[in-house]
Design a protein around this ligand. Structure first.
Ligand code: GLN
Length: 332
């Protein structure tokens, strides 16, 4: 006898969870669009989409599921996969790390405190350091290999938005400073301005929530894109990717996310939120208003709700319920 009946993940159950997460959170207020990147401030704050893609490649969605938004920090997951595959997981771990910084995603102090080691590939410093580890002869090859990786995970010809990229490249002075600090500390493995340029481009591609859920489903299925059937990353690397996402995927809310939702995740300041239930499926949501940490308010609520309704927490044991998602709310 099981005390805790696992929800059966049939098509009807998944679509009902996606519909409910959209319906229940569409009026949720709070947060504001990111404004330090001018393009992001201009996106309609009312846009809201939710999607699930299973490890078998079935797609479910609700709301603005085809609207294309800037991938931003979620790109760090795919550059991490590229760099980890290029240098191997041991060297990647030794050079970048797998611990949370406990500080905001663009923190300079985190580098000061940790002897210039980035600690995580999912903060800006570690992401630029990861981009510098990608094997490439020049800037364009580095960029193409990173873009091709995003495309393989999405199973679609994801494109750079010149508008987002210009908006970021003309305002990314803080990231340039971080790139030079990494260089001076010996944690930059290409020209630092090349790594910052390519990192900025990787943040400026456009994806829909369906794309994002497909990218997550590729991780959930052990590295094979379930829609195209292409092996995108070695299965051996997937547990490392999921561990990195658990520790730092939602920045200083990563622990709160583990506590309430219990799945590896990743967010971006474009308003995207992704969570992966290993072996099963990925949940994605998009809504521009962010909390003070930089995570989408409606996005977290929607992804968390789907995860709980489908009973996906990795930490759940028979007889345990789900904690309230209100624990995720952060105020300025
Ligand atoms: N391009 C953004 C930056 O470098 C990405 C940050 C994010 O999504 N958290 O600041």
């Amino acid at each position: 006898m099981t005390l805790h009946a696992q929800a059966t993940l049939d098509a009807q159950t998944i679509q009902a969870a996606v519909d409910a997460a959209h319906r229940d959170n569409v009026a949720l207020q709070g947060g504001a669009n990111a404004s330090y990147i001018p393009y992001l401030a201009s996106v309609d704050s009312s846009l809201f989409g939710v999607a699930v893609v299973t490890a078998e490649g079935e797609v479910y969605s609700a709301g603005d599921a085809d609207f294309e938004f800037a991938i931003e920090s979620i790109s760090k997951v795919f550059t991490m996969a590229r760099a980890m595959a290029d240098v191997g997981p041991v060297e990647f771990h030794q050079k970048i790390g797998a611990d949370p910084t406990g500080l905001p995603f663009n923190s300079v102090m985190a580098l000061e405190l940790h002897n210039d080691k980035p600690l995580s590939p999912l903060v800006n410093a570690g992401a630029m350091s990861s981009a510098s580890l990608v094997k490439a002869a020049d800037t364009e090859q580095r960029w193409q290999r990173i873009l091709e990786t995003q495309r393989a995970f999405a199973g679609r010809e994801v494109q750079l938005s010149p508008e987002v990229n210009t908006s970021e490249q003309t305002t990314n002075f803080h990231n340039r400073a971080i790139a030079w600090l990494l260089y001076s500390g010996g944690a930059m493995y290409s020209d630092p301005m090349e790594a910052c340029d390519v990192y900025t481009r990787q943040c400026s591609t456009l994806i829909s929530v369906k794309d994002l859920a497909t990218m997550g489903a590729t991780i959930a299925s052990g590295g094979v894109n379930p829609v195209t059937g292409e092996r995108v990353v070695d299965a051996e690397l997937v547990p490392h990717m999921l561990a990195e996402m658990t520790m730092e995927g939602l920045y200083t809310s990563s622990g709160d996310w583990a506590y309430t939702v219990g799945l590896p995740g990743k967010s971006g300041v474009g308003g995207g939120v992704l969570s992966v239930a290993p072996g099963k499926l990925a949940i994605a949501a998009f809504s521009p208003p962010l909390d003070p940490v930089g995570n989408s308010v409606r996005g977290m609520a929607a992804v968390g709700q789907v995860a709980q309704r489908l009973d996906l927490s990795l930490y759940k044991v028979p007889g345990a319920g789900d904690p309230p998602l209100s624990a995720l709310l952060k105020r300025a």
